[in-house]
Design a protein around this ligand. Structure first.
Ligand code: AMP
Ligand code: TRP
Length: 324
């Protein structure tokens, strides 16, 4: 049995990039493994958040995990800030993290251009390493953009093990290569992102049917009018990727199926498969969100389970470092 750990920040709206890159993979691995899925609120506050909205978002994301198919009988869902071991271990890992390595993190460079710099933003990857290492994680299912952070996690684990003796397991990223990066529907050169200023660029998991129809209809294409393997622009490749992901077929199969079809036809087919998946998720979400007590119970169970595992690792770490 493998230990699987992953998380999403409760900031902005969860979108189909999060679903395809992360959540859908989680659902597939929860069976037969020891799976923990975290709502990483301490990461979210590295950029300014409205406190009231943040509290609400945490519950929204938890309910969305469930609505997307995470089964609390198979996996554990918990809120990062409710397990203090995460920030404790992060502090210890800080003391073995080279400054230069954090300065090279792509996400830090991007985010510190968009937001006012702060130490939390700089230290973000160390907290993420601590999330993963506390549970002796084997696999971390994520989108492509998180690969660099998992490499840092492995480096820190190796460095700690070398200095203090075998303590942490080295985790592996699990990235679905074909769908690891879903791009914006308005700007196919940039990643579909929660912080996109143009709302037409992202399809959110809780969008209404009308919004989804409109966003796909207005998605940018290119100067051609039909799908052709001879001119695979970024925009069309992205649309075909979304189609293949929601249809559950390979990219090549989607391309064969759509070859020679008008872009309008491609968009109609995408709309159909996306709605088929997202409308039931929205319905389930609304049902789950109505019963806050049940949701809270699931998060309480998750927290207790998480602490029962992380406390063992943290105790070992403290002893090795000389804090006990
Ligand atoms: P974030 O939105 O940064 O909290 O990311 C949560 C998870 O979704 C991470 O595993 C990301 O790698 C994944 N993810 C975010 N955006 C995308 C995207 N556009 N395409 C694929 N995966 C994504
Ligand atoms: N940094 C991740 C993101 O932006 C979220 C995250 C925090 C995470 N801790 C994690 C993902 C641990 C996987 C494992 O998407």
């Amino acid at each position: 049995m493998k230990t699987i750990f992953s998380g999403v920040q409760p900031s902005g709206n969860l979108h189909i990039g999060n679903y395809i890159g992360a959540l859908r993979q989680w659902v597939n691995v929860q069976e037969g493994n020891d799976a923990l899925f975290c709502i990483v609120d301490l990461h979210a506050i590295t950029v300014p958040q409205d406190p009231k909205a943040l509290r609400e978002k945490v519950l929204e994301v938890a309910a969305l995990y469930l609505a997307c198919g995470i089964d609390p009988k198979k996996a554990h869902i918990f809120i990062q800030s409710e397990n203090p071991d995460h920030s404790y271990l992060a502090w210890i890992l800080n003391t073995i993290t080279p400054f230069g390595q954090l300065q090279r993190m792509t996400q830090f460079k991007e985010k510190s251009q968009k937001h006012e710099e702060n130490l939390g933003l700089f230290d973000y990857p160390v907290l993420m390493a601590s999330d993963i290492l506390l549970y002796q994680t084997d696999e971390v299912p994520v989108g492509e953009d998180q690969k660099q952070h998992i490499e840092l996690t492995r480096d820190l684990a190796e460095r700690f093990n070398k200095r203090f003796g075998e303590t942490f397991k080295l985790p592996n990223p699990v990235i679905q290569s074909q769908t690891a990066r879903i791009m914006s529907l308005q700007n196919p050169a940039s990643k579909m992102s929660k912080s996109d200023n143009n709302p037409l660029g992202t399809i959110n998991l809780l969008d209404t049917e009308e919004q989804i129809r409109e966003k796909i209809k207005k998605a940018v294409t290119d100067s051609n009018s039909k799908v052709s393997k001879d001119h695979g622009s970024e925009a069309i490749v992205n649309l075909l990727t979304i189609y293949s992901a929601f249809k559950g077929i390979s990219f090549n199969k989607a391309q064969d199926e759509m070859e020679g079809k008008a872009y309008s036809e491609l968009k109609n087919s995408i709309t159909e498969v996306v709605l088929e998946t997202l409308l039931p998720i929205r319905e389930k979400y609304e049902e789950i969100r109505k019963d806050e007590k049940a949701l809270r119970d699931i998060l309480d169970e998750g927290r207790e389970y998480a602490i029962s595992k992380s406390s063992k690792t943290l105790l070992d770490v403290k002893q090795k470092v000389g804090l006990i």
